[in-house]
Design a binder for this molecule. Structure first.
Ligand SMILES: [Zn+2]
Length: 316
């Protein structure tokens, strides 16, 4: 681990204007569409990514974009780029094959997670937004209150139950999750607490994380999760940054917290191991992509976990 890692968080670079997307009158959209349109295709949980040396978002424009618009199973107005509306369009397999063919090999559908850290920040943000909205639509075709079908409204920013006796509106949701680097200051140079799940690649350690439960504050969620997973008591819970994490639908809320107890007792249903790591330990860990099978490795560079670790590492 070196200290020249950029502290810019992947998926957080706002690239389109998103204000009032759900409240624009139809005339507003018609006027904008006359000027141009961008289309970001989505196939299930996959985005269309360019296949050249540097991956990027493949965004259709002009006639090619108009040809796709209206053919998908779901459309969402993501925002505007210099007044031009940009839509995420969810397509089926047949349409996806046509779309890929139309790029002459310049793009293919792939999981954003496989290329996220390599994308230009603005592209990563657009694709994450498109993927998150597509995921929400795909899982909210039916009303959670009465079970009737729902239909998309307001350019994909609402789904309304079609049952006239119910008629409730459902809005895109994101699930808050805390993620925390716990540190200790009672040993020379300090140390941080990282754990691993058994299903992760060998040697991969990360910060602790968990969903916020109804009726608790973020700070309470941090303390509860750390105690549940590692048996460590914490204080000085400090919020630092957030990151949309549409894998599938979380908002990660990043914290540092100071340990007040130090004996680790793991919940083995949550973690397979958890340890204190010094900065020297971290220096000996490999980057995700460079790690060999039996190397200890750091979390991926596009994750807020890595960002929280790096911030602690650099603060020496
Ligand atoms: Zn309903």
């Amino acid at each position: 681990m070196s200290s020249n890692f950029s502290l810019n968080l992947t998926y957080t670079t706002l690239s389109l204007r998103r204000d009032n997307m759900s409240r624009r009158p139809a005339e507003w959209l018609t006027e904008r569409l006359a000027e141009g349109v961008g289309v970001v295709p989505v196939l299930g949980s996959q985005n269309l990514i360019t296949t050249g040396d540097t991956p990027g978002a493949f965004i259709f424009e002009g006639d090619a974009a108009r040809d796709i618009l209206g053919t998908g199973v779901q459309e969402v107005l993501l925002g505007t780029d210099d007044h031009k509306p940009v839509f995420a369009v969810s397509v089926d397999e047949a349409m996806a094959a046509q779309i890929v063919a139309s790029t002459d090999g310049a793009a293919e559908f792939m999981d954003l997670r496989s290329v996220g850290p390599l994308l230009p920040p603005a592209d990563a943000h657009i694709l994450a937004h498109a993927r998150g909205m597509a995921y929400w639509h795909a899982r909210h075709g039916f009303c959670g209150v009465c079970g009737a079908a729902t239909e998309s409204r307001y350019s994909g920013h609402e789904r309304k139950c079609i049952n006239p006796d119910c008629g409730i509106s459902h809005f895109p949701r994101t699930d808050p999750a805390i993620i925390v680097l716990v540190y200790r200051t009672d040993v020379p140079g300090g140390a941080c607490l990282l754990g691993r799940h058994a299903r992760w690649p060998f040697g991969m350690y990360s910060t602790l994380a968990g969903f916020v439960e109804p009726g608790e504050t973020l700070e309470q969620a941090v303390s509860r999760e750390v105690f549940e997973e590692a048996g460590i008591e914490t204080t000085n819970v400090q919020y630092l940054a957030s990151q949309p994490w549409p894998f599938p639908s979380s908002l990660m809320l990043g914290f540092h917290a100071e340990a007040t107890s130090f004996d680790i007792s793991i919940d083995d249903e949550e973690l397979s191991d958890c340890q204190w790591f010094t900065r020297d330990d971290l220096r000996g860990m490999k980057e995700w992509l460079d790690a060999k099978e039996d190397d200890m490795r750091l979390p991926r560079k596009d994750s807020i976990s890595r960002w929280l670790i790096q911030r602690w590492f650099d603060a020496e």
